[in-house]
Design a protein around this ligand. Structure first.
Ligand SMILES: [Zn+2]
Ligand SMILES: [Zn+2]
Length: 354
């Protein structure tokens, strides 16, 4: 009897049958750009800490535009871990002449020449052309980190914004999270991602792989499924790989039918309820304290976390009104790298009428 009840709960907790939350790190450096490890070592480390995927994003200027790690990515065969082909478009060689950094991700090797030329010429039109031709995803890295911030306008063709970066973490005056919320207030549709920006895994440093972790909901951990989930916005950020993603879903208030989940874009109006679900407490030393529900980048509801794991909040959306909802989880994390940050997780939004 116990077994039957257990299976029932499991099935209910699956977002979409066949989809699963996969843990990853979208910002990792290898020996080719100041790191201390080759791809195979990075993959073994990722496997050890429970990551399903990561992206090698070496500084292109350290390699004069040649993607030196990609042959290693092609050959890596560490069980259960897939590696995205990435590069960090890195302007300037000192922070004094930097206009910013961008991450580029793909599930396959692509021609980098044009990206490199766009970097040397600081030509964003050429960058956009290269992005379109290669079919890659482009993310603005640590956009508000002093010295390494993004200094130009945010062109619309950027696919994502790294609002949570390892060294420029949420607690160390990274204004990117606030910037992202302001964009949501202006009805912008921007994918929020995280990345550890790890360089050294062999000794203790101020960064750790998977801190933060970017979770994607996909069919499998294959690179193509990870890329698909990223482009569909099925993404949640947590402080580390041991905190599982909280869940947010939208239901019709009358029929109680499930209408949307994180990343979905819906065209609808009426009375809804949002279901907020806490993850299981992954390890001791983590305590959940508050769930914050945001509507268009502004706080809609703050809920104290007690014994309950599921909460419901009612809200109305008018006809053609653009509304985005996302969730933030706060609490205590004794294992946190950044002792003063109480943010444990941030989800991407559900978008309505965008
Ligand atoms: Zn960078
Ligand atoms: Zn980096």
């Amino acid at each position: 009897m116990k077994f039957i009840v257990f299976s029932f709960v499991c099935i209910l907790s699956l977002p979409v049958l066949g989809d699963q939350w996969l843990a990853g790190d979208l910002h990792v450096h290898s020996v080719h750009s100041g790191g201390d490890s080759y791809v195979r070592e990075l993959s073994l480390h990722a496997q050890k800490i429970g990551l399903n995927f990561y992206a090698v994003t070496d500084h292109d200027n350290k390699m004069k535009g040649a993607p030196l790690a990609w042959s290693e990515i092609r050959e890596q065969d560490v069980d259960g871990v897939s590696v995205l082909y990435g590069m960090e478009w890195t302007s300037g060689d000192k922070w004094t002449n930097s206009i910013g950094h961008l991450n580029i991700w793909s599930d396959r090797p692509f021609l980098y020449e044009k990206f490199w030329k766009s970097n040397l010429l600081r030509d964003l039109h050429l960058l956009e052309e290269a992005r379109r031709e290669a079919g890659v995803l482009l993310s603005v890295n640590h956009p508000r980190a002093v010295g390494f911030s993004w200094e130009l306008d945010y062109p619309q063709h950027f696919d994502a914004m790294e609002i949570w970066n390892g060294p420029f973490s949420l607690s160390r005056s990274n204004l990117a999270y606030r910037d992202w919320k302001e964009r949501l207030q202006n009805d912008e549709h921007v994918l929020a991602v995280g990345g550890s920006d790890i360089h050294k895994i062999k000794r203790d440093s101020h960064t750790r792989m998977g801190h933060p972790t970017t979770w994607v909901r996909g069919k499998s951990h294959s690179s193509s499924h990870v890329m698909q989930a990223l482009s569909e916005g099925r993404v949640v950020l947590t402080a580390d790989p041991y905190i599982l993603p909280p869940d947010l879903s939208l239901y019709d208030a009358h029929s109680e039918q499930l209408l949307g989940q994180i990343g979905d874009q819906l065209y609808t109006h009426g009375l809804f309820y949002l279901r907020l679900k806490l993850p299981k407490n992954a390890y001791s030393g983590v305590a959940f304290k508050e769930l914050l529900l945001y509507r268009n980048g502004k706080l809609l509801k703050k809920l104290k976390v007690d014994e309950k794991r599921i909460f419901a909040v009612k809200d109305r959306v008018e006809q053609r009104e653009k509304v985005s909802y996302f969730l933030e989880l706060r609490g205590e994390n004794k294992g946190a790298l950044w002792g003063d940050s109480d943010i444990l997780a941030i989800t991407n939004p559900i978008y309505i009428n965008f």
